[in-house]
Design a binder for this molecule. Structure first.
Ligand code: DAH
Length: 339
């Protein structure tokens, strides 16, 4: 029986020393001190022993029980502090550690290029103006010399809203809005979003940017217009750009032109971007139509001016060789991060 106690002591000591966590330790307690343990069995059996043996074994068994209890609580304390330390180590805060770098955003390419354009036109005395994207039929068409039923309205595939409202198909309505409130001389640019009800592809978007311009005074000519374009495009693309005006039709101007610039990629020699022509179409323009001046209350015999509408998205695409207009509003960071 003493040997049994010795064995229990040795096993219990070993097990307690090796217990790696509090769960194990509890199992060990049950195993060695619980109701079904060998030690409990010995203590229960004491009453059947002769009196001498009962006293001796009883004492020893009680000592062993106390010893195991003590070892258990020591180990428990030890494990507790180990756990606490590991939590502390994990949660340690090094206040001297450099912070993780927060990524900085930046301007959208359209915003960036717009600032550049405003700078160039600003230095030529142009003011930047804007207007609403939800427009009325009057400003988008009627005041621009397109009364209801005018066939030229079909030049713009329109998103119609309720109550004869629409999403502006061009920035030209802002010409009218501005002239209604201001008298000549006028020199403005109007950058802004426009909308077309069209199928999208690499060069067509339902929403894109235009850059409108308007100059009104008494002696304005096509030559002035060409000079402004020449100066603007040469500065915008950073090298000499030729301007070509080809006769065209827009109801709000007479005469009307399509504006071509010498290809910014091949400089006029012919390449795939300009389809071997050496020229790129970049917008429309013309001398403001007398009916537009009438619509805003000007005397068409006195006022004279030119207006233009440039494909702003297209200009950026050519400047940075962007192959697809849909990238601008895609939200794709791989694209945006390049600017
Ligand atoms: N608004 C025209 C368009 O979106 C472009 C345009 C043509 C604007 C001639 C003008 C202009 O100011 O005079 O197609």
């Amino acid at each position: 029986m003493e040997k049994d106690l010795e064995k229990i002591r040795a096993h219990a000591k070993e097990a307690i020393r090796n217990a790696a966590d509090l769960g194990f330790l509890e199992q060990i307690r049950v195993e060695y001190m619980g109701r079904k343990s060998a030690l409990t069995a010995i203590l229960r059996g004491l009453k059947d022993l002769p009196i001498n043996a009962r006293k001796r074994i009883g004492q020893e068994a009680n000592h062993l029980a106390e010893e195991i209890e003590r070892l258990l609580s020591e180990r428990k304390r030890e494990l507790g502090s180990v756990i606490r330390e590991s939590i502390l180590a994990k949660e340690r805060l090094d206040v001297t550690m450099p912070g993780s770098r927060i990524e900085r955003g930046h301007q959208h390419p359209v915003t960036k290029v717009l600032a550049e354009i405003e700078g160039i036109f600003g230095s030529m005395g142009f003011e930047t103006v804007d207007g609403p994207e939800v427009e009325t039929d009057f400003y988008n068409f009627e005041a621009l010399n397109m009364p209801p039923g005018h066939p030229a309205r079909d030049m713009w595939d329109t998103f119609w809203l309720k109550n004869k409202l629409l999403l502006r198909t061009h920035t030209s309505p802002v010409q009218v809005r501005y002239m209604e409130k201001h008298n000549p001389p006028i020199r403005i640019i109007v950058p802004g979003r426009v909308y077309r009800y069209e199928a999208t592809d690499a060069s067509h978007e339902i929403q894109f940017e235009q850059l409108e311009g308007l100059v009104v005074d008494t002696h304005i000519s096509v030559a002035n217009f060409k000079a402004v374009m020449q100066e603007f495009f040469s500065r915008f693309y950073g090298n000499h750009i030729e301007i070509q005006l080809r006769p065209s039709y827009f109801p709000f101007v007479e005469p009307g032109f399509e504006i071509f610039i010498s290809c910014v990629i091949c400089k006029g020699k012919g390449c795939s971007v300009c389809k071997q022509t050496g020229w790129l179409e970049i917008g429309g323009a013309g001398m403001v139509h007398p009916n537009v001046f009438k619509a805003v209350g000007y005397n068409p015999k006195q006022a004279r001016g030119f207006a233009f509408g440039l494909g702003f998205s297209r200009m950026i695409m050519m400047k940075y060789k962007i192959p697809d207009v849909r990238l601008f509003n895609s939200g794709d960071l791989r694209f945006l991060k390049q600017f």
